[in-house]
Design a protein around this ligand. Structure first.
Ligand code: SF4
Length: 280
């Protein structure tokens, strides 16, 4: 693949920018080879200056492809790999080098998010290894389903795992994501705990879908038992991604759903805090 094939800017003002079809010109065999080698990744975009995707100010790489179909997803344009722009590891490292000093000064680093980054775990591991060579803090934002693909040395290159937990019971996980088997997520969390790898836990609070006290209480108890969860972030649902569902003509079940009330958010905070977790 020639780098000249990429004519869309790799940087986006925000992940809410809609991007589709940027990798459709890559032959399927090359895509397969890229995934196997990890030499090439598919990215929705890079955004700079994020203060909500890990500690300090972050450069965020948004990958494409995801195995979940969360009802509240605000980036359905990241679901298909071929919507992303092909980016080689050296191209990604050049971006990192541009921002390295600034990221260090601002106590930030590189976050790889998505989509689900571990759909491209070989590429992601290579970029994280390069970031550590540059002494840049690294964070992986993941749904955890393919955490088992990362080796222990891969995990050593990731300073922080930000785990987006969608549901604790299989039934609720299925309702939210369309996949009932969340055992791989639970197993990944337990492995991170055994390896003493720092974690943040994220939970999207959606009225009528995820604001279920018993689910949150069970998740909170589990998170506390891991002893590596440094903070829990309760993310109130919003409608900023709705336009993407409309443009992509994907049926969207949450059209009439409002953001949670302050009282609902407070209740969620209290449930996690009751287990001794730091909640923000
Ligand atoms: S895991 Fe993330 S990217 Fe995938 S569908 Fe859910 S919210 Fe969207």
């Amino acid at each position: 693949m020639s780098e000249a094939a990429v004519d869309t800017p790799i940087e986006a003002a925000s992940p809410f920018e809609m991007r589709v079809g940027l990798g459709t010109h890559i032959p399927e065999l090359d895509v397969h080879a890229a995934l196997q080698s990890g030499d090439l990744g598919f990215l929705h975009s890079f955004t700079t200056g994020s203060c909500v995707d890990g500690p300090g100010v972050r450069l965020v790489a948004w990958t494409t492809s995801c195995m979940f179909r969360c009802q509240f997803c605000h980036n359905p344009d990241t679901w298909n790999l071929s919507n992303g722009m092909p980016v080689s590891v050296p191209m990604a490292v050049r971006e990192l080098q541009k921002y390295g000093n600034g990221l260090r000064v601002m106590g930030g680093g590189l976050t790889i998010s998505g989509g689900e980054p571990l759909m491209q775990y070989r590429f992601v591991s290579k970029v994280f290894a390069a970031a550590k060579q540059l002494d840049i803090h690294t964070a992986l934002q993941t749904n955890g389903f393919r955490g088992g693909k990362l080796s222990d040395p891969d995990l050593n290159d990731i300073d922080l795992i930000i785990l987006d937990m969608k549901g604790f019971t299989a039934a609720q996980h299925d309702r939210v994501t369309g996949i009932s088997d969340n055992a791989p997520v639970i197993e990944f969390c337990e492995r991170l705990s055994a390896l003493r790898r720092p974690m943040w836990l994220r939970y999207v609070l959606v009225p009528g879908l995820t604001d279920i006290d018993d689910e949150m209480a069970r998740m909170a108890r589990f998170a506390a038992s891991l002893n590596v969860v440094e903070r829990v972030e309760i993310l109130p649902f919003h409608q900023m991604g709705r336009y993407k569902w409309e443009k992509l003509a994907i049926p969207y079940k949450l059209n009439a759903t409002e953001p949670p009330s302050a009282k609902t958010v407070e209740r969620a905070h209290a449930i996690f805090a009751a287990e001794g977790l730091k909640v923000v």
